[in-house]
Design a protein around this ligand. Sequence first.
Ligand SMILES: N[C@@H](CCC(=O)N[C@@H](CS)C(=O)NCC(=O)O)C(=O)O
Length: 209
Amino acid sequence: MPEYELYCFAQSGNCYRAALMLNLIGADWKPLFVDFFKGQTRTPEYRGEINEMGEAPVLAHNNKKLTQSGVILNYLAKRSGQFLPFGEDQELEALRWIIYDNQKVNGFLGPYRFLKTLARPAVLAFFKGRIDGNLAIINKRLDGRQYLIGDKPTIADVSLCGYLYYPAEEFGFDIAKDHPAIGAWLTRMKTLPGWKHPYDLMPGHPLAG
Ligand SMILES: N[C@@H](CCC(=O)N[C@@H](CS)C(=O)NCC(=O)O)C(=O)O
């Protein structure tokens, strides 16, 4: 049995952060498919036995079940010694960018992509306005820098990957093209040993009917 198990599904950028990190650190892991689109995260079994918050990803390790991708990244970085921010100042800086990413960057991109097929134009316009502004902040931060914090990738970079590799057609805009410093950083992240596209790393794509 592999050391780590990750409850996840291919369409989730929140799950992708954890799956990508497991692959980047060369962990012995396997994905456990969460049938999100059939409502598995809303079942009493899932909420009772897997995650009371009703979310994916969930990392199972020994007797622990860890949730929240930022917590999972932190746990894996500490256990593996890889992608760790260096020293207290960088640790705080990584946490700062992970929270900003979760709330403002991928925190808007994920719901935007999900709602695109259902939502009214005014809702999408609101989200798009926030997305443009928040991606511009990330683009400025990455302009002239190799990675978010210093010249080595940390868990803050892994977090930021969340929804950024999904196809431009799914958003209706091209993040790498519209924000060139983010585009260059995405290309750099792709060269890390173990990098894989979310649809190649997690189960559930293409969606079964
Ligand atoms: N902040 C959480 C977000 C997790 C999350 O929202 N996951 C989605 C799937 S992409 C989910 O399971 N949503 C279920 C729901 O909100 O009911 C993280 O980073 O792990």
